[in-house]
Design a binder for this molecule. Structure first.
Ligand code: NAP
Length: 170
């Protein structure tokens, strides 16, 4: 199971100058709860942007194009296939960014955990379009501004639409 987890703005912005666009403590707690004990896969720029490395209690896999590059307390992977090969097949793997990694993993993903922030912010990295023909909503919850979030948002879980095989007429 490959899951993507991300927070996006109204125009699908996800980051600016290698930083997140907002600090939503409630969402960061959800991120930790969902990913704890699991494997997280990220691109090198996202790894570099983490205030504390590695993400504790999780197997951190960092993808880079630079041969033999290594990371302290994280596993280096040198391609998408290499990253997947370093995960146990049966577990839920979380793809945690950034933009280039989301773009490459979305065709492979089974599930998307998306925090849709109801705000636009200047961004230089974007999430790809979520095609409703491919992704169906399986869970949806609205959140107003509160002490855990300075912005309103909708949290949605999408799953890949399962194709129902055509029944042949007998
Ligand atoms: N809103 C959110 O939920 C969220 C979550 C995560 C990140 N972000 C934001 O996203 C932004 C970073 O995204 P980004 O697209 O600039 O960077 P990124 O995807 O985090 O990392 C890009 C780097 O990953 C490596 N890479 C990517 N694809 C590869 C492949 N197929 N094979 C080998 N290496 C590969 C390359 O590293 P080398 O240069 O070493 O080769 C590349 O430069 C930041 O602003 C961050 O804050 C937002």
């Amino acid at each position: 199971m490959i899951s993507i987890i991300v927070a996006v703005s109204e125009d699908l912005g996800i980051g600016n100058k290698n930083e997140l666009l907002w600090h939503i403590s409630e969402d960061l707690k959800r991120f930790k709860r969902l990913t704890y004990g699991k494997t997280v896969i990220m691109g090198k720029r996202t790894w570099e942007s983490l205030p504390r490395k590695p993400l504790t209690g999780r197997k951190n896999v960092v993808i880079t194009d630079i041969p033999h590059e290594s990371f302290s307390d994280a596993i280096a992977a040198y391609s998408i296939e290499d990253a997947l090969g370093k995960c146990k097949k049966e577990e839920e793997i979380f793809i945690i960014g950034g933009g280039s990694i989301y773009n490459q993993f979305i065709p492979l993903a089974d599930r998307l955990y998306i925090t849709h922030v109801h705000k636009k912010s200047p961004a230089d990295v974007f999430f790809p379009k979520i095609d409703p023909k491919i992704w169906e909503v399986v869970e949806k919850e609205e959140f107003a501004v509160n002490e855990g979030s300075p912005v309103p948002y909708t949290y949605i879980i999408y799953e890949r639409v399962r194709k129902i095989p055509n029944r042949r007429s007998e």
